[in-house]
Design a protein around this ligand. Structure first.
Ligand SMILES: [Zn+2]
Length: 52
């Protein structure tokens, strides 16, 4: 599972597709949790949770 900002959502989806050969499931992270969750690929707050 990855979490990502707006910028890295495509990257996260590509990785999940590569790893699992399945379409990823994308969920919005609730606003109050975004500030305490940082993107898996950079230092920005994460907006989405991407899992298989
Ligand atoms: Zn990012």
């Amino acid at each position: 599972m990855y979490v990502s900002c707006e910028e890295h959502i495509d990257l996260a989806m590509d990785i999940i597709i590569d790893e699992h050969e399945a379409a990823p499931v994308i969920e919005m992270i609730p606003a109050k949790e975004q500030l305490s969750t940082s993107c898996s690929f950079c230092e920005k707050p994460a907006n989405y949770r991407i899992s298989k």
